[in-house]
Structures are given as structure tokens and as C-alpha cells.
Ligand binder design. Structure first.
Ligand SMILES: [Zn+2]
Length: 439
């Protein structure tokens, strides 16, 4: 609290702190000073407190902003471009040719539209992998979002940086440039074991370790990948990374669909984090990640949407609903992935998966003020027996009415305050027309 009081006070909400005590306050409030949360308590405790700005949650749910642990934000440009196709046809005949024509401005426009969609559905942090990631960082900063960004590295020349050598130089430049950035964290992001030679992976691991940065990659996404890696190296994708010495607590492995028991033990032993992307895995028919087994082993699992071309939305509320239900029907067990667990994956565990656990993911004094208010005065959210159940099984992104990131109100009454959403939509429509003309 500043001498003059709070900079921002959010009152009269059902506050889900998502802290380790799993504290819920039926009529709670959150006080913010500068970028940080400084007080969480019952609304009554704040009576008479001075605040520069007060947001009355009117009985809605106040909770940490959602954390999307795997996106390719600029792929909003390709939303609906090529659906219902086998993975390799989709990639080789549609996505890779479209990506070959990308430039920084296209990526910026696509990423800004993604930020609009994510903000309006309650996501405050996203982890991105793509080309021209400096443009994604620029879009995140414009939107006022917290982001982990990383330029994708692979064995062949990139439409952005050219040779792999330049890719490493660009990544290091980004790491230096964003060292003290309050919102943007830079990660080292080799695409996957099947598109990256062993030397690339070990070098990426060493660079991430040197900067204390996250190492983000796709891992064990499909049967095709596991067969390829076994053929080349005689190991599973996880076993391959282990043999290379790449598995570490700063590694975020996206998808992890095809794992065996030994893989899960290795992930746990090295405290590797996992991003679960159920809708993308379902749409591309990759399979079902063994999330209940990962959680039982004690692996930290976050939730991600993947890109808009393989989902086709970036709404984490829908992703939570899908995750919770998919594993129940897969296991024929309605008790797995209960609502509380899924909510933790989308908030506090997602933040931990990105190495941002000290900074965001729960409402606790000392953490950055990344929070959302969900309007529960909606027919589909009445009555409110269990807030976590309501959020996972009944709510949708459009129920979010207020978003605060790093202490700044970026969405108010369902409207983005940081940039012109109409212009962002128009820009992507113009890009889509160019893509259509080329085909
Ligand atoms: Zn992906």
C-alpha cells in the first residue's frame, strides 16, 4: 500500500486465491500497489481504505489471470485455413507454404489479434513459439500482456533469420534485450527432437542454462514422431533428450502425448514441466496425453491451446472444460482431473511451468497483480454451489469482464483498453485476403 492507499482495490468478489492453502474468500477483496498485490482479505477488512481506483466485482469471481503455456499466437492468420486434414498434409501442404510468406508485420498483426482473443477470455500470460518473435514481444507489450517468447530453432533455414547460426545469435540478442523487462521473458525454443539435430538441442540447453531461461519445445506429440526418433536414435523422444543431458527443471515440454512409464519417471526425476494441449491433440488426432499419470507422478502440468490453426480458438475456459472431460471418458473414471485440479493447471501450475511461479499464477501479497473478474450474473452461471466447478464446466471466456495485468487495468466491462481491436481484426482480414489470393 502506498502512503496514499491502494492504487487499485477490487472488492465484493468471491476471491479464489489459488494459493497453496487453496483459500477462497466468499466476499473478498484484493489490494494492489503499483505492479503488485499487497493485500488479500475479506471486503470488510478494507472498509475505509483509500484507493485511487476501485473495481466492484458485484459478487463475481475474482481469480488469477489464466496462463496459456503453449501458443503460436500469429497463427490466428491461418485460423480455419485448412481443417480436417492429416497432420503431415496439414503441415506440409498448407501451413509451411503459408508460413514461408510471413514477415514481421504479418506476425505482429496475427499476434495482436491473438492478444485480443486471449485478453477477452481471461488469459493474462502466454508462452509463444514462432518466427519473428520480436514482433510477438512487441504485440504483447502493446496489449499489456505477460508473455514468454522464443524464436523457433530447427535444422533448416528460417524465413526469418536464415541460418541456424543467426537463429542462435537472434535468440541471444533477445535474451539480452529483455533481461529486465517487467512483462516479456525470453525462452530458448528448439522446435522438437524430430526437426532439431542433437547438437542443436544440447546447444539450446546450454544457452538456456547460461541465461536461466526456459527451454520450450514440442515433445512426443505423435506416434510418427516417436517412431522417427526411435529409428534415428534407438530411444523414445524423452529418452533421447535425457541421453543428450537436456532434461532439466527449466524445460517445458509441450504435448507429451506419447509417453511410457519410463518417460514419465524421467520427466519427474528431472522436474521437467509439461504443457497439455487437449484440443489440438484431439483436432489433429494425435492422441490423449497421459495427464492423470503425470499428475500422479508429481509432474507439474500446465494447460495450453496451441496455435489457432489447430484448435481453432485461444479460449482457456473451453480448454479447461475439454481437459477435464477428455480424461474422464478416456479412463472411464469421472473422478480424474477434477475441476480444482484443472483450474490449478490453468493458473498456478501453468505459471510454475513457465518459471514464473514467483511472479504470477495466484493472488498472494508480493506477486504481480495479474487478475480477472468473471461476471457470474449470467443464466448459465446460476446458482454458485462450487466456484471451481462453475469456472471449468459452465463458464466461457466471454464471461470475463475485467482483466488486470501487472497492476494495470487492460480490460474493463469486456472492452480492451490498450489497443484498437477493430483495427486488429481488419489487419488480419487483409492478411487473409493476401493468403487466399496466393493459393
Ligand atoms: Zn505447437
Amino acid at each position: 500500500m502506498t502512503p496514499a492507499g491502494f492504487d487499485l482495490l477490487v472488492t465484493n468478489g468471491c476471491v479464489l486465491t489459488m494459493d497453496y492453502g487453496r483459500r477462497t474468500l466468499a466476499r473478498g477483496a484484493v489490494g494492489v500497489a503499483g505492479r503488485r498485490i499487497v493485500a488479500v482479505g475479506d471486503t470488510g477488512e478494507f472498509e475505509g481504505a483509500r484507493a485511487a481506483r476501485v473495481i466492484d466485482a458485484r459478487g463475481g469471481i475474482v481469480m488469477p489471470g489464466l496462463v496459456n503455456t503453449h501458443t503460436h499466437a500469429a497463427m490466428t492468420c491461418f485460423r480455419g485455413l485448412a481443417d480436417d486434414l492429416p497432420l503431415m498434409t496439414w503441415l506440409n501442404d498448407h501451413i509451411f507454404p503459408a508460413e514461408a510468406a510471413l514477415d514481421a508485420e504479418t506476425v505482429y498483426a496475427g499476434a495482436l489479434l491473438a492478444c485480443a482473443e486471449m485478453l477477452l477470455s481471461g488469459t493474462t500470460t502466454f508462452c509463444d513459439m514462432y518466427l519473428f518473435e520480436d514482433a510477438v514481444a512487441r504485440a504483447a507489450r502493446k496489449a499489456g500482456m505477460r508473455a514468454v517468447v522464443g524464436e523457433v530453432l530447427f535444422d533448416f533455414p528460417s524465413p526469418h533469420y536464415g541460418s541456424l547460426e543467426s537463429g542462435f545469435a537472434f535468440t541471444e540478442h533477445m535474451l539480452e534485450a529483455h533481461r529486465d523487462d517487467p512483462l516479456v521473458t525470453v525462452a530458448v525454443e528448439p522446435h522438437s527432437p524430430y526437426l532439431c539435430a542433437p547438437e542443436l538441442l544440447t546447444r539450446a540447453g546450454a544457452l538456456a542454462a547460461r541465461y536461466g531461461a526456459p527451454l520450450v519445445l514440442h515433445l512426443a506429440e505423435t506416434d510418427g514422431e516417436t517412431a522417427t526418433i526411435r529409428e534415428r536414435y534407438g530411444r523414445t523422444p524423452v529418452g533421447h533428450l535425457h541421453a543428450l543431458g537436456v532434461l532439466a527443471p527449466n524445460v517445458l515440454a509441450c504435448h507429451c502425448v506419447r509417453l511410457d512409464a519410463a518417460d514419465i519417471a524421467l520427466l519427474k526425476a528431472h522436474d521437467v514441466k509439461v504443457s497439455h494441449n487437449p484440443e489440438s491433440n484431439m483436432k489433429l488426432a494425435s492422441g490423449i496425453a497421459p495427464v492423470p499419470a503425470l499428475l500422479a507422478a508429481g509432474v507439474c502440468v500446465g494447460l495450453g491451446t496451441d496455435g489457432a490453426a489447430s484448435n481453432n480458438n485461444l479460449d482457456l475456459f473451453l480448454e479447461m472444460d475439454t481437459a477435464a472431460k477428455l480424461h474422464k471418458v478416456d479412463r472411464l473414471d469421472p473422478t480424474v482431473l477434477d475441476a480444482e485440479t484443472v483450474l490449478r493447471m490453468a493458473t498456478v501450475d501453468g505459471a510454475r511451468a513457465l518459471g514464473l511461479g514467483e511472479r504470477t499464477g495466484s493472488l498472494e501479497p508480493g506477486k504481480r497483480a495479474d487478475l480477472i473478474v468473471v461476471n457470474t450474473r449470467r443464466p448459465h452461471l446460476v446458482p454458485m454451489h462450487h466456484p471451481a466447478s462453475q469456472l471449468v464446466y459452465a463458464a466461457r471466456g466471454s464471461d470475463v469482464e475485467t482483466v488486470v495485468i501487472d497492476g494495470r487495468v487492460v480490460v474493463q466491462d469486456g472492452r480492451i483498453l490498450t489497443f484498437d481491436v477493430e483495427a486488429a481484426m481488419d489487419a488480419v482480414n487483409r492478411i487473409a485476403r493476401r493468403i487466399a489470393d496466393r493459393r
